[in-house]
Design a binder for this molecule. Structure first.
Ligand code: ARG
Length: 273
């Protein structure tokens, strides 16, 4: 029997937009509809719980972005590299996530002081080859790429993010099972786009257009044969189905006010070497 995928979520008890650290948040300070956010999170949690073992970390007051567990750090095998948030508003999450992973028995490997790194928001394992894709330019420092490569003993390809709306790699890039890839080409500089296109063959790449990208279609969770996301156009749904995925849409508009969606609200805990 194959093991169920495992992931970490954090209930949105204290979720709100109370500061602005990305362009999506600008128009939404104090604008989150609390009960709708809870209902949207519950629906995502239910969809994932039907397909995976979902663990929860306790939310903390004063840390409104803690439900975005993708940013806790990066997991590979039994190693956890904790994030070092760029913005002071999120730094309080660091010790809470670190303690949770230590309690679960992960080996904690800290990055050197002075570097910013926002975890699985900016570091995504390819699902077809042994490779870590790392986004930089907004939240994570490019210098983390070499360091992570050594710490985790894996090839790391740094990708420069060039559009402030797509400030984390997981907002514009999503490796899928068997080595397929969803990505929004315009979110990368030319050299980085060329790197992606060199490493992932054309028939495995699904380029996501501006409208889908703005609806956070790249911020998808792939679990078993399903791709769970906020919304996909007919064309994108057909493209994903053509690659053999089941597409499940679940509205996450309240979290988009904060610049996040399905994938940001989860962190995969089982990442085999
Ligand atoms: N408001 C949060 C921030 O700007 C959203 C984080 C979204 N997370 C992600 N993995 N893209 O930090």
């Amino acid at each position: 029997m194959t093991q169920r995928p495992r992931m970490l979520m954090c209930p949105p008890t204290y979720f709100e937009v109370s500061y602005v650290i990305n362009p999506w948040m600008a128009r939404h300070v104090d604008g989150v509809h609390r009960s709708r956010a809870q209902a949207q999170w519950d629906a995502l949690h239910a969809l994932l719980s039907a397909r995976a073992e979902v663990r929860l970390i306790e939310p903390a007051p004063g840390l409104p972005d803690m439900p975005f567990t993708a940013n806790a750090g990066v997991v590979l095998g039994d190693t956890f590299v904790p994030s070092r948030f760029r913005h002071a508003q999120r730094k309080g999450e660091e010790p809470l996530f670190e303690r949770w992973f230590a309690q679960q028995g992960y080996t904690i490997q800290a990055l050197p002081e002075g570097l910013d790194f926002e975890g699985a928001g900016d570091a995504l394992l390819d699902r077809g080859q042994s490779l870590l894709w790392m986004g930089y330019g907004h939240r994570s420092d490019a210098a983390c790429a070499d360091i992570l490569g050594t710490m985790l003993d894996i090839e790391v390809i740094p990708l420069r993010l060039s559009d402030a709306r797509f400030y984390h790699l997981d907002t514009c890039f999503c490796p899928l099972q068997n080595g397929a890839l969803l990505y929004h080409p315009a979110a990368f500089d030319d050299a980085s786009r060329a790197l992606i296109e060199e490493r992932v063959p054309a028939h495995r790449r699904l380029a996501v257009g501006a409208d889908d990208a703005a609806a956070f279609a790249c911020n998808a969770v792939d679990v078993n044969d399903a791709v769970i996301l906020n919304r996909a156009s007919d064309a994108l749904r057909d493209g994903l189905r053509g690659l053999g995925y089941d597409v499940i849409e679940t509205p996450l508009g309240e979290f988009m006010k904060s610049g996040g969606s399905a994938k940001c609200l989860t962190l995969r805990l089982d990442e085999p070497r």
